[in-house]
Design a protein around this ligand. Structure first.
Ligand code: 13P
Ligand code: ZN
Length: 276
């Protein structure tokens, strides 16, 4: 069934587990993610990000993912991740996404605040949830500069003023494959979680250790974003199946199965199994 972030993250925050967001760019990945959620009776957040729209556009994604989300027997949030433009955020909402992220984290604090507040007012009037980001989680960097880490006082002011439904924070992770071992600032997560009501989101989840996930969740993270791990699992399965002489139809099945297994592994670590 199609739900918003509030229906899955409020319970996750209360009961100290996390719900995964898994970005998908094709049918095989979407089938794998939803099969994992069904098998483990886990809530799930599925979608794609604005920077991935060159691989599959918003209209096609909505046409593919919306009926799949509605048909699922577990709660599924259809989320537009890292929306960078007001135009695409509003388009995602018009197409039926139940949740959006408006990422203005590269703007100054006041600009981010104003832009996100306007989108929150717009989205909430339509029953759609909004995630925002304060501080900045970079992409595939050597290390995240500590001046981009989320300031707890700013996070509190931001969450209270905008009324956002989830808040992504920068605490030492980055997007893509890590070149160096990330070091998470668990004290910062704990401090922010103690100050604000909105559930906290950890981006750049691929490549973190099992212990990182457990400690991040114990410190107050309620949503964890994953793309690179399932992207790599999917293409490796396609490669291996092709190398074995399999045709497209068998390759497709292998891709979905690999994504399902990789997703289930994360759901078990996040503690979201049996919560649907
Ligand atoms: P990874 O690709 O590093 O897992 O990051 C995913 C993410 O944060 C999507 O918003
Ligand atoms: Zn992200």
């Amino acid at each position: 069934m199609l739900v918003t972030l509030n229906e899955v993250l409020r319970d996750a925050k209360k009961n100290k587990y996390a719900v995964g967001l898994f970005n998908t760019v094709n049918l095989e990945m979407a089938v794998g993610v939803l099969a994992a959620a069904e098998e483990l009776r886990s809530p799930v957040i599925i979608g794609s990000a604005e920077c991935l729209l060159c691989y599959s556009g918003l209209d096609d994604l909505a046409n593919m993912l919306l009926p799949m989300a509605k048909r699922a027997s577990v709660p599924v949030v259809l989320h537009f991740d890292h929306g960078l433009t007001e135009e695409n955020v509003k388009k995602a909402i018009a197409l039926g996404f139940s949740s959006v992220m408006y990422d203005c984290s590269t703007l100054g604090f006041e600009e981010n605040l104003g832009a996100v507040k306007a989108i929150c007012d717009y989205s909430h009037s339509k029953g759609i949830t909004v995630e925002a980001e304060i501080g900045h989680v970079g992409t595939d960097e050597i290390s995240v500069p500590s001046d981009a880490y989320t300031d707890p006082d700013e996070a509190k002011r931001f969450a209270e003023f905008t009324g956002c439904d989830a808040l992504a924070i920068a605490v030492g992770t980055s997007h893509g494959a890590y070149k160096f071992k990330p070091k998470l600032d668990f004290d910062r997560i704990e401090k922010i979680a103690s100050m604000i009501d909105a559930p906290l989101v950890l981006h750049g989840g691929s490549g973190l250790t099992d212990d990182d996930f457990r400690r991040a969740i114990a410190s107050g993270i309620s949503k964890i974003n994953i793309f690179t791990d399932i992207n790599c699992a999917c293409v490796k399965a396609a490669h291996d199946a092709y190398a074995e002489g399999k045709g497209m139809t068998d390759v497709m099945g292998a891709m979905s199965e690999a994504v399902k297994q990789a997703t289930m592994k994360k759901m078990l670590l996040f503690g979201s199994q049996g919560r649907a």
